[in-house]
Design a protein around this ligand. Structure first.
Ligand code: PHE
Length: 470
């Protein structure tokens, strides 16, 4: 039986801090950068509906599963899986689940840090007043100049990675906890201010309609015109993207939430914490959408313009609004903070493992992990300039796109599926019921039903559909 009293790495000082830390992990570039741009690329409302269904039916039960596994194991995900495999007398192959998560974390952080680097660069651009009065053309030239320069992108990527390593090196209480308590509330306030700006100055009606009125045909019909004849077929790709994003935005499927769960006080309710985290994350994404799309439409911009979307829309808003100089700077500062509190959770599983198994101190462990992700990130830096050509692409994608696709749409759902199967089928009913601390009532039974039958099947169906098997 693993030690259920505490982790050797320390513990969050309260249940509330655990929630803040998990919200810090969940709310990040996924909400403010990725959600708007993939919604734009996938046609809007219907995509949002599918995403919300995935959050409710897959995200909530799997987050509970991940936290419960972490808190029961009280170690890094790799050792937690080891301990639980022994405790539940499960097949030893389950131990690989911890490793899968660590690898996924490295890959995500490698490109995440590059995008966070853009946000860092934008703090200084906004601060220097470069957006004041800028129109769509000027703003997009500015973004293009950043992407064209591998040196400056590498520099920002490096700075962000150093920031991440610095926090993780200081440990659970001194580093992680302090960072999140200050930053998360400020980000929400600023998002609300931006939504008000969009309400008064943007094309709010069109933006909101784009987000909330679902047109399923537009999203799922893939039409081609061949020899003057238009033929349409159902395409499941947006389903997979919505599913993958549900995992990405909730930080599920790679052990980040698991390791945070291992630092959770023993008596706190996992179900209640999960609901708070999920609601906060979803609200953050919808607020970001409501801030961005009205500006997109009011300025004749293209919603499907890809990863550059927020860097080409928000500066226009800031450039035109009173106080935009200040708010713009503040916004990018908070975006960096949101990314920062997520990035630390991406490497915490690997760092905790190095401390446990290699006897390393946190500082060298954080350095080793950060340096590895930094090297991998160079591929993402170059994807926008030197390696953007077709000869550098694989499956028609740049390195950056490939890593993003592989992690969000394949590795995270796969990790999440395995976590659901482990918690639902491998762990005994007695273990999961006692760890969730909610009694054997309707709540527990609903969770168990979802995690055994609903979430795994939905993930499998979406997968098979996307690869064309069904
Ligand atoms: N949830 C984070 C975001 O939305 C990204 C993340 C994914 C963090 C996986 C940790 C683990 O930005």
């Amino acid at each position: 039986m693993p030690d259920t009293r505490g982790s050797i790495h320390g513990q969050w000082s309260s249940r509330f801090v655990f929630i803040l830390a998990a919200v810090g992990s969940a709310v990040g570039l996924g909400n403010i950068w990725k959600f708007p741009y993939i919604t734009g690329e996938n046609g809007g409302g219907a995509f949002v509906v599918v995403y919300l269904v995935c959050i409710a039916l897959i995200g909530v039960p799997i987050m509970m599963a991940e936290i419960l596994i972490g808190r029961r194991g009280r170690r890094s995900p790799i050792n937690t899986m080891r301990a639980l495999v022994a405790e539940e007398k499960a097949h030893p192959a389950w131990r690989w689940l911890g490793w899968l998560g660590v690898v996924t974390g490295f890959l995500i952080l490698s490109y995440y840090s590059v995008v966070a680097g853009w946000a860092l660069a934008y703090v200084f651009r906004a601060g220097a007043g470069l957006f004041t009065g800028a129109d769509a053309g000027a703003v997009s030239t500015l973004f293009g100049a950043l992407l064209d320069s591998p040196e400056s992108m590498l520099a920002w990527h490096t700075i962000f990675m150093v920031m991440t390593m610095a926090v993780v090196a200081r440990g659970v209480r001194g580093g992680l906890e302090r960072a999140v308590t200050l930053l998360m509330p400020a980000l929400f306030v600023l998002l609300v201010i931006l939504v008000f700006y969009a309400l008064y100055e943007g094309d709010f009606a069109r933006g909101a309609a784009f987000l909330f009125s679902p047109d399923f045909d537009k999203v799922f019909q893939h039409c081609e015109v061949e020899a003057g004849v238009k033929s349409c077929r159902f395409s499941g790709e947006p389903l997979l993207i919505a599913l993958g994003h549900a995992f990405f935005t909730l930080s599920l499927g790679m052990g980040a939430i698991m390791v945070y769960g291992s630092y959770m006080p023993g008596n706190a309710s996992i179900a209640r914490a999960t609901l708070t985290i999920v609601v906060a994350d979803t609200v953050a994404a919808l607020l970001a959408g409501l801030a961005i799309f009205p500006i997109v439409f009011a300025n004749g911009l293209e919603p499907a313009s890809g990863p550059g979307l927020i860097f080409q829309t928000l500066p226009i808003a800031f450039g035109a609004m009173t106080g935009g100089h200040l708010f713009g700077t503040l916004f990018f500062v908070l975006l960096v903070f949101a990314a920062w509190t997520s990035a630390i959770s991406l490497i915490e599983p690997a760092v905790a493992w190095l401390v446990e198994n290699r006897g390393m101190a946190r500082v060298p462990a954080a350095l080793a992990v950060g340096a590895t992700a930094w090297v991998l990130g160079i591929g993402s830096v170059l994807s926008f300039n030197l390696w953007s050509g077709e000869s550098f692409q694989l499956f028609g994608k740049t390195w950056f796109d490939l890593i993003d696709y592989l992690t969000a749409n394949i590795l995270l759902p796969l990790g999440g599926l395995l976590i659901a199967l482990f918690a639902g089928w491998v762990m005994s009913r007695a273990s999961s019921c006692s760890e969730l601390r909610m009694g054997d009532g309707v709540g527990y039974r609903t969770w168990r039903f979802l995690v055994r039958y609903v979430s795994p099947w939905l993930v499998v169906i979406v997968f098979l559909n996307a690869i064309g098997l069904i």
